[in-house]
Design a protein around this ligand. Structure first.
Ligand SMILES: Nc1nc2c(ncn2[C@@H]2O[C@H](COP(=O)(O)OP(=O)(O)OP(=O)(O)O)[C@@H](O)[C@H]2O)c(=O)[nH]1
Ligand SMILES: [Zn+2]
Length: 187
């Protein structure tokens, strides 16, 4: 639908599914206090999965001008993603960076957009890290790059093993940083 950033978002089907879920959970979706809940939940998920609609190729254009190829590292970018197994949030922070190569230097905000484009999907943490790394390599063709995600998974905290607050770390490094990572990736 045109008003959603999620390609192929079907609002009516999403709302009907929320009504069915409420019914399945023994709730009355026609109760006055739940009247707007199906549309709110459908909107929530459309926001939550907006990353599928992002065109990173259009975002990751080099900045004009004569910039020196110095390392660019953004530390602890907050992100919220969704575990594809339980549709439960996992959230944490991403440290990502690169040493500019053939693709030049991009604006700082574009690195945040890369993290968000993959966070706002159904994910597992390892895939999200790999997709960010692949995007950096494809669009920036850097001399070196690094991705470090640290997140807490509510599917471990709120259900199942019910163990809150366990930080899960996924680190991928490439190029000359693979053997000699800069300080923010050694933490
Ligand atoms: N490697 C990895 N595992 C994840 C991630 N998110 C969730 N999981 C795990 O995926 C697994 C799914 O396992 P299943 O046995 O199919 O599901 P389950 O019976 O609900 O598992 P429990 O959580 O142990 O109750 C669980 O162990 C989760 O902790 C992730 O980002 N990466
Ligand atoms: Zn999960």
């Amino acid at each position: 639908m045109a008003d959603s950033p999620v390609p192929s978002f079907d609002r009516a089907a999403s709302e009907a599914a929320v009504r069915a879920l409420l019914r399945g959970l023994g709730q009355d979706p026609d109760a006055p206090e739940l009247e707007d809940t199906p549309s709110r939940v459908a909107e929530f998920w459309a926001e939550r999965l907006a990353g599928y609609g992002v065109d990173l190729g259009a975002e990751l254009k080099p900045l004009p001008g004569d910039l020196s190829p110095v390392p660019v590292i953004l530390e602890r970018i907050p992100f919220v993603s969704t575990c594809e197994h339980h549709l439960a949030p996992f959230e944490g922070h991403a440290t990502i960076g690169y040493l500019p190569g053939e693709g030049g230097t991009v604006g700082l905000s574009k690195l945040v957009r890369v993290v968000q484009a993959y966070a706002w999907r159904l994910q597992v943490q390892e895939r999200m890290a790999q997709q960010i790394a692949d995007a950096l390599q494809t669009h920036l063709r850097p001399a070196a790059w690094g991705v470090d995600l640290v997140a807490v998974h509510t599917c471990m905290a709120h259900r199942g093993v019910k163990t809150p607050g366990v930080p899960v770390r996924t680190t991928l490094m490439g190029g000359i940083w693979r053997t000699d990572p800069p300080a923010p990736f050694r933490g």
